[in-house]
Design a protein around this ligand. Structure first.
Ligand code: NAD
Length: 552
């Protein structure tokens, strides 16, 4: 797909300079070189000095940094994307550590909450409950037929913020930007979609700037019919696409994933992406301790999408190592809002049942830690400060190097801080978190906590699926991604206590994951596309680099 060819194929009038300056996919702004200014009728429409892409990146970054708060920085960054996509992705890729918390969590959460108030330009597609019977027509309004990755939300459970209705659009937009920045999935083949099925958020329903339908959420058959029509329309209009389900409420997330995963190549990042990142963290931790996965016992606080997703993948990895599935499940235990998940309980949702083992109920997390003696404690409850000093101390009394993963986001929701985990365990905890924490100094040593960020996994899987044109996405691809990510963590990172590679290496890591995923897709025959002789070169050739292409 060459921009130059696209451009030359356009009608003559599209080559007019003003049109180019207002097309973010083709605009170079002050970086249009002299020859293009003449050939494309740009002369005079730009100030005379020609700037480099690097100049533009530095200027844009300085402007963003001058914005007074994170939300303003989000707006300023989005404005760059609205003007000049190449510049936006170059900026994001070169300054990922600084800008990731702006374009994604935590700032994207605030941006969604205030979406209607900061709204400037639409991005992506809105499919609403009013579109029943014409969803396919709506999808056909998207200007590009060659769509390879769709991220779709119904806005019901945006991050830890709950039902934000149509204002959830910030999430598919942000996630797809990370597909491009972290793995190089071409932005032209990405499509963010929000299914506006109404909202039960009364504050939004009463907000004059709310952009969505002002009606309660569709439920039951009406909801299912809309989803069915949507998936069918996606298959017709974009037959090559990967569909990522994002931030659906608990009751729909598991159901939709299992209903559609064999029909369209699809996955749920909250369930499966999180699982791969967490499993990678566990595998890295075992490289530090020299222990075996088969000898671990995991205790989860929180039995929702993230928790049971992680346990399911740990079980899959154990089964791949020859452990019987029942035995593997016995290694995973859960405490939810009503206590230890045990066989006698009659209030358990289907996704918890495989982990409802025979055991007496326990009153508190501390009781569960004392009774079960886990080697790993994984927090995915959204409940801050639940890994108390007593809990961490008890764990550290039972194990020389306990794993403590406080994965709840944002930072204010973490089950404990990095400082607390290291301090209360006498520096023995192997710690990872969902939100970033600064390195911790303790007794003359520096501990670098790893951030189990899903962006280590989903962009690479996406690139691998796009490159191999996979027809379905099995759990196995997530196990492979987890193993690859753990392998990419260097001994130096592990020595500092960090379970993941630095974010600056994300493109390399994503490429490795994409290649491993694509190789497995071909091995399994899960694609009709012929296998290239050189898979690495093939995947690499699909990678988008944010650089200006010559138009003349
Ligand atoms: P969810 O709503 O599906 O599940 C939350 C679970 O926590 C439920 O089982 C609920 O019963 C349980 N819970 C609530 N209060 C509790 C309490 N007081 N004690 C014990 N359990 C309690 O949400 P989810 O998608 O599983 O996400 C959970 C958390 O994990 C969120 O904070 C989210 O930000 C975080 N998360 C982190 C990552 C990551 O770091 N990579 C990825 C996904 C989710």
């Amino acid at each position: 797909m060459s921009l130059r060819r696209d451009l030359l194929e356009q009608d003559q009038h599209l080559r007019l300079g003003t049109e180019l300056l207002h097309d973010p996919k083709r605009n170079k702004g002050t970086a249009f070189p002299e020859a293009e200014r003449d050939a494309l009728r740009l002369r005079g429409l730009l100030p005379p000095h020609v700037f480099s892409l690097q100049d533009q990146v530095d200027r844009a970054l300085a402007n963003i940094r001058r914005s007074p708060d994170p939300l303003q920085r989000y707006v300023a960054t989005a404005a760059v994307q609205d003007r000049n996509e190449t510049l936006y992705f170059r900026l994001l890729l070169d300054h990922l550590r600084e800008l990731m918390p702006i374009v994604y969590t935590p700032t994207v959460g605030e941006a969604c909450q205030k979406f209607g108030h900061i709204f400037r330009r639409p991005r992506g597609l809105f499919v609403s409950a009013e579109d029943r019977g014409r969803v396919e027509q709506v999808l056909r309004n998207w200007p590009n037929r060659d769509v390879r990755v769709i991220v779709v939300t119904d806005g019901e459970r945006i991050l830890g913020l709950g039902d934000l209705g149509a204002h959830g659009m910030g999430i598919p937009v942000g996630k797809l930007n990370l597909y491009t920045a972290c793995a190089g999935v071409d932005p032209r083949v990405c499509l963010p979609i929000t299914l506006d099925v109404g909202t039960n958020n009364s504050a939004l329903l009463g907000d004059r700037f709310y952009v969505g339908l002002r009606q309660p959420r569709l439920v039951g058959q009406d909801y299912d019919d809309l989803i069915e029509e949507f998936v069918t329309a996606v298959q017709r209009v974009f037959p090559q696409t990967l569909l990522q389900w994002e931030d659906f409420g608990n009751r729909n997330a598991f159901r939709l994933l299992s209903r559609y995963r064999d029909r369209v190549p699809s996955f749920n990042d909250d369930i499966q992406g999180t699982a791969a990142v967490a499993l990678a963290g566990v595998l890295s931790a075992l490289r530090i301790t020299g222990e075996r996965l088969e000898d671990q016992r995991f205790l989860f606080l929180g039995a929702g999408e993230a928790g049971t997703g992680i346990a399911d993948l740990i079980v899959a990895e154990l089964v791949a190592r020859g452990v019987a599935v029942e035995q593997a499940r016995q290694q995973c235990w859960f405490v939810d809002s009503r206590g230890l998940v045990v066989a006698d309980r009659d209030d358990l949702a289907a996704h918890k049942l495989p982990y409802a083992h025979r055991h007496a109920p326990t009153a508190t997390l501390l009781d569960a830690v004392q009774a079960l003696r886990p080697s790993a404690l994984i927090g995915v409850s959204g409940q801050p400060q639940t890994f108390t000093r007593e809990v961490v101390t008890a764990l550290a009394e039972q194990h020389a190097r306990p794993m403590i993963f406080a994965l709840s986001n944002p930072t204010s929701k973490a089950e404990c801080t990095a400082q607390q985990a290291y301090e209360w365990s006498g520096g023995r905890a192997i710690f990872a978190s969902g939100s970033p924490f600064e390195p911790v100094e303790l007794d003359g040593r520096t501990f670098v906590p790893g951030q189990g960020n899903n962006c280590y996994v989903f962009p690479g899987i996406g690139l691998g699926v796009v490159a191999s044109q996979a027809r379905c996405i099995g759990d196995e691809l997530f196990t492979i991604a987890a193993r690859t990510l753990a392998d990419e963590t260097s001994q130096q990172d592990l020595d500092s206590g960090c379970l993941y590679p630095p974010l600056e290496q994300i493109r390399r890591v994503s490429l490795r994951i994409a290649v491993a995923v694509a190789e497995r897709v071909w091995e399994n025959g899960a694609t009709a596309a012929p296998r290239p002789d050189d898979v690495v070169a093939h995947v690499r050739s699909q990678v988008y680099e944010p650089d200006y292409e010559s138009y003349v």
